[in-house]
Every structure is written in structure tokens, then in C-alpha cells.
Write a protein that binds this ligand. Sequence first.
Ligand SMILES: [Zn+2]
Length: 385
Amino acid sequence: MSTLLTGIGLLATQDEELNEIADGALVIDGDRIAWVGPAVRAPDADERVDLGRRAVLPGFVDSHAHLVFAGDRSAEFAARMAGVPYAAGGIWTTVAATRAASDTALRANLSRLAQELRRAGVTTFECKSGYGLDVATEARSLRLAAEVTAETTYLGAHVVPPGVDREEYVALVCGAMADACAPHARWVDVFCDHGAFDADEARAVLTAGLARGLVARIHANQLGVGLGVALAVELGAASADHCTHLTDADIDALASSDTVATLAPLIEFSTRSPYPPARRLLDAGATVALATDCNPGSGFSTSMSLAIALAVRELAMTPAEAVRAATAGGARALRRNDIGVIAPGRRADLVVLDAPSYVFLAYRPGVPLIHQVWQSGRRVWSAIG
Ligand SMILES: [Zn+2]
């Protein structure tokens, strides 16, 4: 069964050869894109949908999210807005609530957030553990995450639990916890930053994950300059996430590697922190991704549209660069070549905007412009029901 989508205002494919098509059309066959081009040359299909001059872009790819948890930290947020600075240790509140929660409660929260991401136009998302910090709860978190996404990440090294010996905890994360979690995970991650894990500890954690067949990604250089980005590049990590505080050497290292610089401006927005140097990264030739980093502590938003608006307004990215980072960039950060781009053979994951062009995502910040979401060739959400 094939479907022709026509009446597209501006079709932003993110394909390197044919990036933007005015008056575009595309054909979906099954779960894949079969044809892309100008509407006047569109082939016939079994079914025809007129999008009424609305813009179409690839479904967003959110390569960084923490969605398995219980409770919320709105009180901590209010305190932060009243002047209390953000510190890594606040995670403990969520860990206690997550350990105490039933599978049913965790699954319900996760499924609500997955649905929220879908409505926000996100058609692929990554999901980390990291609010269990013991063997059973970390493994349980990943088992539940695997029910909603293939992109699961073992983040036992989120923070050292209070009252636990630091060296013993790192040994656990690299040993028994990694053994229990690896079967449910594709990725291994570590929070390498001030107040979290240092570069030696991070190297041990990532190496233990690599030895179990996982691929590395890292939380790096969020709270200050450090060795996280250099370590990511050295170990061939798919992505170094946050990159808020970078030296020139960090930027050169990222630009000359396959490691994607994943930026999460919703976090700086929600913590009133300085934004990452996106312009320097892009000008140096680094691949940049945009992620929500949705989590209950430092930034609880699933709005990729707002992340794009911030990337344009606060990080000096152009609207085209920001949309590319939220689609093709996210796919690169997850090492996926079947998503993030609208081209024949790719998965038919699409966002239809209630606007003529993707520029409106930044031009009209905070306005709910997501009109339809298509995933694997099916319309999975529509603003008109
Ligand atoms: Zn994170």
C-alpha cells in the first residue's frame, strides 16, 4: 500500500543532495520512503493526502533522554529559580523514588513521556538508566526502557550513591552491574564532570561497557572544562553530550572525529547556565546534534521545538542548522542511517508542521506547530484527532 503526500509547502529532507524542495511531494510504501521530489513530477500511489501547504521535515531524533524514574523535582526547580545553584547530587531524590516504585508505576510514567515525545514530533528516542544505582534497579530500568525504544543506555555511573564507597561503586558499575545491564542495553554512558565521575573512572566505566559489546557515549563538559570530550574522542564514542564548556583543543578533537557533539540547550535554559559554543563547533566542522535531555532534575522538557528555538536564539545556529541537528544530527549521534533524513529507502518518519516552513519552529517559539507525526509510514499522531 503506497501513499502520496502532496501539497507540501517546504519539504526539508536533510538529504545532502536535495535538501529543500518548495512545492514538494513524497511517496511512502509500507514503512519506507519510496520517492521524494517536486509535486509536479510525483508518481501515482494507492492513496493521496493533501497537506495544505504545510512544511514537512524528518521526524526528530532525540539522542539523549532520561525517562525511567518516579516522582518529580518541581520543588528543587523552584528553589533553583530562587537562587540555589544546580549540583549533581540532587539526583539522589529521584533515585530513592525510583527504587521504591513498582514496575507498573515506572512503566506508566515512561509510557506517558514516550507519548509526550511522539506528540512533540520525536519518532526515535534514546533512553538511559541511571536512577537505580544498584544492580537490580539499573537492570530493571533498562528492561523497561527496552519496551519503548531500541536505543537503551546503561548509565549506572550517573552519580555515586551517598554512603557508598566511591572505589567500590565504580568497581560494581564496571563488574556485576554491567553484567546485569548489558543484555538490555545498546549503549554505555557515564556522567564525567565536576561532582560526578573523573576521567579515570569514566574510562574504566566505558571500557567495561565496550568489553561487553556496548557502544560508548558520555555526559561531558557540562559543568566545567574537563577531560570528558577528549576521552570520548579517544574511545571512539558515538557522542559527547552537553559540551557546554569546551577548549579549542576539545573543538578540534570533535571536528576531526566521528564523535558527535550533542547539545541540550533545554538544560542550560532550565538551570540558568551559559549555553554551549555551537557556533564554534559548527564553524570548525564538528557534527552537532540537538537533544532534549529530558530528565526530572536539570530540565524536564520533551519539546524538541523549543530546543530548536533556543538553538537559534541563544546558540546562534541558523534555523536550517538547528533542524538538521535535531534530525540528521541525532541520527548520527545514534549511529543510525535509516532515520533522520527523508530519502528513498529511509524509514518514513515525518513531522508535518502547521506552518509553511521549518523556520517557523524558531520564528514562533512556544507555539504548538506539530500538526501530524508519521512513524514507519503510519500517521501516529494528528493535532486534529
Ligand atoms: Zn543527561
